[in-house]
Design a protein around this ligand. Structure first.
Ligand code: C5P
Ligand code: C5P
Ligand code: ZN
Length: 476
């Protein structure tokens, strides 16, 4: 039986779809503006595909954040209808001016702040007591509207699953999408677009040699194995697990149950030998989401690998490649995305070794672990670095991770992440960052476990000390 809150959310999605359809019929040109990470790009892809199928006139653009300059830019564009996807709910006041000259639709899952004034339609799960941080992504919200527009859009459920795993909404027991997301998964399965299996979540399960797949796995982060291909090969050889079948490399999908058990035991032992919780390894077992209409042996066949491709394209300044993939292009576009993913990995690995090796980068206060990347970190990479450090739990157990970089304008960009344990203690990072940033002349927001902010450089010291103090009560 469906929860009443879910039913209301579905109804509101249908009403939103109807309003968008009216804008199409009125001949209005629509701008879809999505956030630049995997979920935002998947959300923009869902809407672009749905609008294309309706024969609408539309443009797509990608936003890094909402600040006064971005809003100014949007207000100067010609389309008189704007759909914000995976962005907007935390910045309603800022958008007020825009809604005087344009019709605005916000399809988002971030925590909301402020009131909508003007020509706004605001669709957000939090307004129905559905946790947007864990139960439905920006692409999920976009999918609801797309499906209400036309049931033929049910195939887009897979992009909503890509968005949800891209936003790490699978951080549950068994790495499964739950709550509202399970309805979207059901749509995909029922339509024959998606299959859910339980397996080892090695990155490149169908596409990479076993040792490479293991070393490419960073969620969960496996100390000594993630990013360490030689160690992975040595471990497999010590277990006498053949990495080749004749001349051909074996992929993880070909491992026998016995071999998988041996690998799991070795990983647990390895984690414990590093003085860490062996239970982290359990995050390596869980739900695998396979996109059945994608070619076998390609990365877009696995939802998590698909999300990694989109994320890399967005963060490396190549969002159009990600959008083309969402719209269905493969071939040379997919090869290009793979290339961008390799560059993203290399950049991330480079940053991680700099953080480990250069003195003075890591600063520990009681409740926050600060990574000072102001002098070397690309502002678009703070989120990826922060997610990786927080989920690895190597640098900071039971602390909020803050990764800092300098923006082009000279401000400080902050990416904050918290573990599930801290969220269970009642931490709401999005809210704390939003309030703290405002207090110190900046802006911020996000979800309970993942949030961000931007503040003036001169306010950095007082900002982090204040944040550290504010978090103490919750974290103890
Ligand atoms: O803007 P959006 O909601 O799409 O972004 C959320 C970001 O937070 C994603 O980059 C996602 O990977 C990250 N995240 C995280 N840990 C969580 C939840 C989200 O690092 N538990
Ligand atoms: O940039 P990052 O990946 O760290 O963002 C984490 C989450 O916080 C995302 O969902 C992003 O949309 C949100 N965020 C925000 N306001 C900011 C920065 C980030 O709402 N100024
Ligand atoms: Zn999102």
């Amino acid at each position: 039986m469906m929860l009443e809150s879910y039913r209301k959310f579905f109804d509101e999605a249908a009403a939103t779809a109807e309003k968008i359809r009216q804008r199409i019929s009125a001949g209005s040109t629509i701008l879809v503006a999505g956030h630049f990470d995997a979920d935002g790009l998947a959300a923009a892809g869902v809407l672009a595909k749905a609008l294309y199928r309706e024969g609408a006139r539309f443009h797509v653009s990608v936003l890094k954040q909402l600040d006064p300059e971005t809003v100014d830019h949007l207000s100067n564009l010609t389309p008189e209808t704007i759909i914000l996807a995976d962005i907007g709910s935390g910045y309603l006041e800022l958008l007020g001016g825009l809604a005087r000259s344009k019709e605005i639709f916000i399809l988002d899952h971030h925590q909301t702040e402020g009131e909508c004034v003007g020509r706004f339609t605001h669709l957000n799960p939090h307004l129905y007591n559905i946790d947007g941080g864990k139960e439905v992504s920006g692409a999920g919200v976009a999918y609801l509207v797309a499906k209400a527009m036309n049931r033929g859009n049910q195939d887009l459920a897979v992009l909503a699953v890509v968005g949800a795993v891209g936003d790490m909404q699978d951080k549950n027991e068994g790495r499964a999408l739950r709550g509202f997301n399970s309805h979207i998964v059901e749509d995909g399965v029922e339509g024959g677009y998606l299959r859910v299996d339980a397996d080892l979540l090695m990155y490149g399960r169908e596409t990479r040699p076993i040792h490479k797949a293991l070393s490419h796995t960073v969620n969960p982060f496996l100390p000594g194995l993630s990013g360490e291909e030689d160690n992975c090969l040595a471990m497999l050889s010590s277990l006498s697990i053949p990495v080749k079948d004749g001349d051909r490399w074996r992929a993880p999908v070909e491992l026998t149950t016995e071999e998988k058990k041996m690998i799991m035991s070795a990983i647990v032992e390895n984690i414990i030998s590093k003085g860490l919780e062996g239970a982290v390894a359990m995050n390596l077992v869980g739900s695998v989401y396979t996109l059945l209409k994608e070619e076998k042996w390609t990365p877009t066949r696995d939802a998590r690998e698909y999300a990694a491709l989109l994320n890399a394209c967005g963060r490396m300044g190549r969002p159009s490649v990600a959008l083309a993939i969402c719209m269905g292009e493969r071939g040379s576009t997919l090869a290009e995305a793979n290339q961008i993913l390799s560059e993203h990995r290399r950049a991330l690995a480079g940053y991680m070794s700099m953080i480990r090796e250069r003195p003075g980068i890591i600063e520990n206060l009681e409740s926050v672990c600060i990574i000072h990347g102001e002098d070397f970190l690309d502002e678009n990479m703070t989120g990826a670095v922060s997610s990786l450090i927080s989920s690895s739990e190597v640098l900071a157990t039971d602390k909020v991770v803050l990764v800092l970089a300098k923006t082009k304008s000279g401000d400080i960009k902050i990416s904050a992440r918290a573990t599930e344990r801290l969220v269970e203690k009642g931490l709401n990072l999005g809210l704390v960052l939003q309030q703290n940033a405002k207090k110190h002349g900046g802006f911020g927001g996000g979800h309970r476990a993942a949030a961000g902010a931007q503040i003036p450089r001169s306010k950095l010291r007082e900002y982090v000390e204040d944040l550290n103090k504010n978090l103490l009560g919750t974290l103890r």
